[in-house]
Design a protein around this ligand. Structure first.
Ligand SMILES: CC(C)(COP(=O)(O)OP(=O)(O)OC[C@H]1O[C@@H](n2cnc3c(N)ncnc32)[C@H](O)[C@@H]1OP(=O)(O)O)[C@@H](O)C(=O)NCCC(=O)NCCS
Length: 170
């Protein structure tokens, strides 16, 4: 209750601060709120993170402006990951039929491995594992695992090709 109060106030105050100052302040804030955040991580403006204590972000990863991350169970994001502006990552569904209790959810962890690029407005759904160096096309809806190096697009996301080079392996 007290945690939620201070978390909501803090997140709101820091959400719109621009530039490096804003990125650094948000990083410190989300760490204090319980997220595990590596070095060089960039958190852009207007992002929403629900339950940051279930979130892990590896070194040099960047979270684009307006992204939403809802980690009720566990969301693990590797290093050198690029999360495009307005991408959404939800590790939960509502139990149906909807009742008065918002807490009635089905949760399943998400794993996004090193070097993945998630295009703008993509949506990653619960239980999904995205393999190293995969690309998720803009606006795609990912509801199944994505193999390493795959480029997936569309709703539901399907493999259109594979990335050839991997800078992370060098
Ligand atoms: C996924 C992506 C990288 C692929 O780019 P590409 O390698 O140049 O691929 P192409 O444009 O040649 O497209 C190949 C096919 O996939 C389709 N496709 C590409 N991106 C798509 C998308 N986001 N959704 C649905 N289909 C898509 C193309 O229509 C094409 O289909 P066709 O062969 O039937 O004509 C790119 O389309 C994309 O979505 N980039 C994200 C951009 C972004 O979010 N920028 C913000 C920076 S953080």
């Amino acid at each position: 209750m007290i945690y939620t109060f201070f978390y909501q106030i803090g997140a709101s105050l820091l959400r719109n601060i621009g530039g490096e100052i804003g990125k650094n302040l948000r990083k410190i804030f989300y760490k204090i709120a319980g997220a595990k955040i590596g070095k060089g991580v960039k958190i852009y403006e207007n992002i929403f993170i629900y339950r940051p204590y279930n979130l892990e972000i590896g070194n040099w990863t960047s979270i684009g402006a307006g992204a939403i991350i809802s980690s009720r169970k566990k969301i693990k994001i590797g290093k050198n990951v690029g999360i495009g502006p307005h991408a959404s990552i939800y590790d939960n569904d509502h139990k149906m039929p909807l009742g008065p209790r918002e807490e009635d959810m089905i949760d399943s962890p998400i794993e996004i491995n090193d070097g993945v690029w998630i295009g703008t407005h993509a949506i990653i759904l619960k239980g999904v594992k995205i393999g190293k160096n995969a690309t998720i096309g803009a606006g795609s809806v990912v509801n199944k695992d994505v193999p390493e190096n795959a480029v997936v697009c569309g709703n539901p996301a399907r493999i259109i090709k594979y990335n050839k080079e991997s800078r992370n392996d060098k």
